[in-house]
Design a binder for this molecule. Structure first.
Ligand code: ZN
Length: 107
């Protein structure tokens, strides 16, 4: 009696575990997805409140939001620093012009 069919009817009771609490993970995933819109300010007040309510008792999502916010701040800072060379030249020109004008009118 040690022969198994290839139909695979062995261990029929194995499945069942791991299907517990799956809904919570999905909720988190959705929340993290919404965080992107939340940061972009694309959400309505209603949704923002729902996300904040979720963040109140979900550490992982709070971390995700903190990371995203930090990342965006860094990107914004970098973009500010990256001034086009053309623009920088123009500004330098304007400054030098102003200096010359001030020089000619010095007391
Ligand atoms: Zn969550």
């Amino acid at each position: 009696m040690s022969q198994f069919n290839e139909d695979g009817s062995v261990g029929a009771g194995d499945c069942g575990a791991g299907h517990d609490g799956g809904a919570e993970a999905a909720d988190c995933e959705e929340t993290v997805h919404r965080l992107y819109h939340y940061l972009d300010g694309e959400l309505t007040d209603e949704r923002r409140k729902a996300i904040q309510a979720h963040l109140d008792d979900c550490g992982p999502c709070v971390d995700a939001l903190g990371f995203e916010a930090e990342l965006r701040r860094v990107i914004a800072d970098r973009c500010k620093d990256r001034v086009p060379a053309q623009l920088r030249e123009r500004i330098a020109e304007l400054i030098s012009h102003e200096r010359l004008a001030g020089d000619s009118a010095h007391p």
